[in-house]
Design a protein around this ligand. Sequence first.
Ligand code: HEM
Length: 159
Amino acid sequence: MAIFISFTKKLFFILPRQIHPFLLPYKGAVLEECLNKLRPFVDTYAENFYQIFFDEHPEARTLFGKHMSQGDLYRSINNFMLFLADNTQNPRVFIPFFEKLGKRHKMYGVQRYQLEWVIETNIKTLKRILGSEWKDSYEKEWRQAYRWGLKIVIAGGEF
Ligand code: HEM
């Protein structure tokens, strides 16, 4: 009998408890620096994010407001950014989280191609909030990390 073990579960089991930063496909320290700069302004993240997101992708609006209030969504998004700040270099924590996030987003009716939109909006949001504290080196690491994280979301949600 063939036993199916998902890509992400295999990855999870071979990961050592402490992962060396060089083994991650992005520079975790660079992202951590960026996210630490966001911490004092984190309460403003979701509001800015959705302003940009709905401006550029108005068709996504119909998916929202069905599973939670706007206040709860904003709080979850801002907490998610803090979760990333705390676990940038801790894949044993964020891999299972991303898998479940993928499952929930499938249930919200999100399409696979729409998942690509978030990276641009995230970069624009951080640039807007951090202003002169933003560094161009952050962009490359966000893109690398997002490409990798998205694979886990896609596998978890079976998109
Ligand atoms: C991969 C990038 C994304 C991340 C990290 C993310 C993160 C989140 C988080 C943390 C929540 C709070 C609820 C939960 O944890 O399930 C949420 C809710 C939600 N997200 Fe996302 N999201 C992403 C992409 C998207 C995209 C591309 C769309 C739609 C085009 C979307 C639509 C929604 C909807 C509809 C909800 C429920 C909110 C409501 O009912 O008003 N998400 N998202």
